[in-house]
Design a protein around this ligand. Structure first.
Ligand code: FES
Length: 343
């Protein structure tokens, strides 16, 4: 039977269904409760039970002591409610609330989605999870002491595997490896989460997302997070690529449109091929936004892609459409082989 849970002090409410733990249900509904391992070992999810009954589940006795249980403490990654409950826990509100970790990880799955785009799923050790805000990125730490940055494309509530969209940069040491020798079960080392590209939840303004190429990755995570928390804010995604084959996941935003009346998707091709028989929008992606919106003064914009796209969008939206400067959020990356950093 479902149970209603109220979080203090925020007053947020969520429903625990079936066999879910309190943490699983909160994350599924888009509430960022703190966590580390998600298996009762680290204590990061510990909080207070204000009222209601629960089963503490399979926690480790060294992490939750008897006297803490007597004081009304629980590990929300293991605990399951037996009644409606009120719990007290500080929700993660900003990147500074999250501990940055350096961890080994294993390549779980590789899938080539376009000539130059590889989807890579990685798995952390069994007793580790990476808490992050949708849209943040990780650094892979390489043997030569350098690092490569990739945005997390999965939303936080779906974190059993971390999903990355890696674009091939010919001559780039790391991406050449990804497209040639990297295989399942290979071990890498990551540091994260990093970055301040995430949805500002303290606003009810409509949001425009502008993605260039694999800049779709963090925006995918942000939108899936927004859908999970049932936002009623208007969401518009513009995804710009060269030609049809570069829209490496176009079916997904089309599915989102079918299920979410507050979401719309506008693909924009800058250089469609004759074989594409493209009837849709063409040109640069930020110009498509300019063509559709005379006034952005009441909006937030989230942009991710090559620096030239992000810079052009920022300048044009602020200077010609009245977008407030502090309502433009961006993550940009470069494709140059020597600075091989990409969303
Ligand atoms: S004990 Fe580690 S997240 Fe719950």
């Amino acid at each position: 039977m479902p149970h209603q849970i109220t979080i203090q002090p925020s007053g947020h409410r969520f429903t625990v269904e079936g066999d879910e733990t309190l943490l699983d249900a909160a994350l599924r509904e888009g509430f960022a409760l703190p966590y580390g391992c998600r298996n009762g070992a680290c204590g990061a999810c510990k909080g207070k039970v204000v009222s209601g009954q629960l089963d503490h589940g399979a926690y480790q006795a060294s992490t939750l002591k008897d006297e803490e249980i007597a004081q009304g403490r629980a590990l929300f990654c293991c605990a399951k409610p037996l009644s409606d409950m009120t719990i007290e826990v500080k929700e993660i509100g900003a990147a500074r609330d999250i501990t940055v970790k350096t961890l080994p990880c294993r390549v779980e799955k590789l899938e080539k989605r376009a000539d130059d785009v590889m989807l890579v799923w990685i798995k952390l050790p069994a007793n580790e999870r990476l808490q992050f805000l949708a849209g943040q990125y990780i650094d892979f730490q390489l043997k030569d002491g350098k690092s490569r940055s990739y945005s997390l494309a999965n939303p936080p509530h779906d974190d059993a595997l971390l999903e990355l969209h890696i674009r091939h940069v010919p001559g780039g040491l790391f991406t050449d490896q990804v497209f040639s020798t990297l295989k399942e079960r290979d071990i890498l080392r990551l540091k994260g989460p990093l970055g301040s590209f995430f949805i500002r939840e303290d606003s009810d303004k409509p949001m425009i997302f502008v993605a260039g190429g694999t800049g779709f990755a963090p925006i995918k995570g942000m939108l899936e997070h927004a859908f999970a928390e049932h936002t009623d804010r208007e969401l518009v995604l513009y995804w710009g690529v060269r030609s049809l084959k570069d829209l490496y996941m176009a079916e997904l935003p089309r599915q989102w449109m079918a299920g979410h009346p507050n979401f719309s998707f506008i693909p924009v091709l800058s250089d469609p091929e004759p074989a594409d028989r493209w009837q849709g929008r063409t040109g640069f992606v930020h110009q498509a936004v300019l063509a559709d919106f005379d006034d952005l003064s009441g909006y937030q914009v989230y942009a991710c892609g090559a620096p030239v796209m992000v810079d052009s969008a920022r300048d044009a939206f602020i200077q010609t459409r009245g977008l407030p400067e502090d309502e433009f959020f961006a993550d940009s990356f470069v494709y140059a082989a020597d600075a091989e950093t990409a969303a």
